[in-house]
Ligand binder design. Structure first.
Ligand code: COI
Length: 356
């Protein structure tokens, strides 16, 4: 394996002056540089940091036809003293490796991923927003680059890391969003790829999400594929319920993405002394608990979304409406804690932060 010693080609110009940091639309701005690493003949080559721009891809690359690709999403935050925190870098690497294994992609060696991100963010550090609740979103992506229409594991791959400044993920900001179930569609099945970060999961969610949005909902609340009863996740987020002062979330049963922010919430809940129950929750149970007054809050967690309150859930003509105007106290507590760690305002007791 080559040593981690990236070749660096700096961009002659910066697009930074064109960016309005007060009005960031998620995923629309990209920093000046990207990281590139190629895999050929059983080895990862030498990493390069190059200006952000187009990459050579032939129309026959297998990714475009059969979707052999994996991505990650993480964030870097600025502390008040100017240092930069890459949040839960190792955890994202570990999930990336799991996703690669499921898709038969040779995992990028740890230093080429971890150090690559550090070098890229350091070079583009001016792109990390200075205000609280904003961040530099980091998107590693690996994809098959063999040219063949034969359905087989690729022998060559491209790994890229790109990044760009972001604010809130949803246009609602941190106001409660509206969810609906779509029992005629499913997101993931046991033994499938719902628990790894592959583009196809997101592509398959587009049509149901569009239909949900046409009816005035923000996102789909996915139900299990077998009985269409048990709540799984939101696609861009994991989901939590506060039921009689217990924090309840569906267990990671093979069809749910193991969210890194989900794990932050669970670890912080223990610190707070909040009881946690990872258990199956049916949509009918939720409707009943809402009716009896036991369900007091619903919120989602995700890297892009951080903590997002849910104000409505619609399911086959019935609606749960709860704290529809503002974030509830439990969600607010997690939001405040997580964003305080992001920006270095409270100690990093769990060693979640990589400082550069
Ligand atoms: C993330 O939260 O980082 C994701 O990858 C979800 C994506 C829909 C933005």
């Amino acid at each position: 394996m080559a040593q981690y010693s990236p070749e660096i080609e700096r961009s002659h110009i910066t697009r930074l002056p064109d960016v309005n940091f007060d009005n960031l639309v998620f995923g629309e701005q990209f920093s000046d540089h990207q990281y590139e690493l190629l895999y050929h003949e059983d080895t990862w080559g030498s990493p390069r940091i190059i200006p952000y721009g187009p990459i050579p891809v032939f129309p026959a690359v297998t990714t475009l036809h059969y979707g052999q690709a994996v991505f990650e999403g993480m964030k870097a935050f600025r502390y008040r003293d100017g240092r930069i925190n890459i949040f839960r870098l190792e955890d994202h690497y570990n999930r990336f490796v799991r996703s690669c294994e499921r898709l038969c992609i040779p995992p990028v060696p740890r230093p080429f991923f971890v150090e690559g991100i550090k070098t890229l963010i350091d070079i583009d550090r001016e792109w990390v927003p200075r205000s609280k609740y904003k961040s530099l979103y980091i998107r590693p992506i690996v994809f098959a680059s063999d040219q063949t229409l034969g359905l087989r594991r690729s022998r060559s791959y491209r790994f890229h890391i790109l990044c760009g400044p972001v604010g809130d993920y949803y246009s609602e900001g941190i106001k409660p969003i509206r969810l609906t179930t779509m029992p005629q569609y499913v997101r993931a099945v046991q033994g499938g790829v719902g628990d790894v970060k592959v583009p196809g999961n997101y592509a398959a969610s587009l049509k149901p999400t569009l239909e949900a949005q046409e009816k005035g909902y923000t996102q789909v609340l996915w139900l299990d594929a077998r009985e269409h009863r048990f709540v799984e996740e939101v696609g861009s987020m994991n989901i939590f319920f506060v039921i009689d002062d217990v924090l309840v979330t569906p267990p990671l049963n093979g069809t749910i993405l193991p969210g890194i922010t989900r794990s932050c919430v669970l670890e912080l809940a223990l610190l707070k002394g909040l009881r946690v129950d990872e258990r199956p929750v049916s949509i009918d149970e939720l409707i009943g608990l809402h009716g009896s007054g036991s369900l007091s809050e619903i919120f989602g967690s995700g890297t892009a979304a951080v903590i997002s309150p849910v104000g409505h859930i619609h399911h086959q003509g019935r609606t749960i409406t709860i704290l529809s105007k503002e974030m509830g106290p439990v969600a607010r507590w997690f939001y405040d804690q997580i964003t305080a760690v992001h920006h270095g305002e409270i100690p990093d007791e769990k060693s979640w932060c990589t400082i550069i």
